[in-house]
Design a protein around this ligand. Structure first.
Ligand code: DGL
Length: 272
């Protein structure tokens, strides 16, 4: 068993740029921390791959981050959290590993009055039933309606996050779930890309439906694991950027997800 240090950066990985929404939330709760972010852009998307492939890719991402000295691992990708969290914890028993599913499930159960919860995610996350299991572990009586909304991923990367096209797609996916009697009162955005479409999704949902985004709840879970924010007040931590393909695209598309400009020259290309 490898022993991991109590210092060192926090490692965050995703299939690509979507996990930058999680990194953004992490930096806002813990601004003095240093991070290493890895986007496995060479093998994106994970959402349409088999669970076995996603688990294999995730173990390789984790190894790359651990070799670079991280002290805690955040699986920012929902599909990877669904397919690989157990394997990651088994392979790295002394490394704290935090995924996005458990915090999202906790937030959904807390937000829902009726305990009928809808989860939208990638095909892979939906097929594995990870959100359903996590929600029902917290409340065995909860009812979960899951739906794969694959087109949202492309819309978010294209930057078509608002307006008639985004709303039309959102309506097509969500109306069948929310137009019926006894519809869910809470919707979990179970994919890194979906918070980018929150306005379009909100526009087609009944007003009383609560939207849960797991980025903020995951950041809170990481902060709890760390025992509070580290570092001196006013000190900004650094981020090391790694991508397995296309530094220029990673920087361009990633800037929108991160909410600040990322430069291609700062992105290191690595092979896994
Ligand atoms: N990061 C993925 C997730 O949260 C979405 C993109 C992909 O399919 O790779 O599930």
């Amino acid at each position: 068993m490898t022993r991991h240090s109590s210092i060192g950066p926090i490692g965050v990985f995703d299939s690509g740029v979507g996990g930058l929404t999680v990194l953004r939330a992490l930096r806002s709760v813990s601004p003095a921390e240093n991070f290493i972010y890895l986007g496995d852009t060479a093998r994106l998307p994970y959402g349409t791959k088999s669970a076995a492939s996603v688990a294999r890719y995730s173990l390789q991402c984790a190894d790359a981050l651990i070799q670079r000295g991280v002290r805690l691992l955040v699986v920012a990708c929902n599909t990877a959290s669904a397919a690989a969290l157990d394997a990651l914890r088994l392979h790295h028993p002394s490394m704290p590993v935090i995924g996005v599913i458990e915090p999202g499930a906790r937030a959904a159960v807390a937000a829902s009055v009726s305990q009928h919860i809808a989860v939208i995610a990638t095909e892979g996350t939906t097929a594995g039933g990870a959100y359903q299991m996590a929600i029902q572990r917290l409340n065995p009586c909860a009812r979960v309606t899951s739906l794969a909304c694959s087109l949202f991923v492309s819309l978010a990367e294209e930057g078509w996050t608002e307006g008639p096209i985004a709303e039309l797609v959102a309506r097509r996916y969500l109306e069948p779930i929310f137009a019926q009697a006894g519809a869910p009162d809470t919707l979990v955005l179970g994919c890194t890309h979906f918070p980018a479409l929150a306005a379009a999704i909100r526009a087609v949902l009944p007003r009383q439906v609560a939207i849960v985004d797991s980025a903020a709840t995951t950041a809170a879970a990481v902060l709890e694991e760390l025992g509070g924010a580290a570092g001196a007040a006013g000190v900004s931590g650094k981020v090391r950027w790694l991508a397995t393909d296309g530094a220029a695209r990673f920087a361009r598309v990633g800037s929108a997800f991160l909410g600040e400009t990322l430069r291609a020259e700062s992105v290191e290309s690595i092979d896994l």
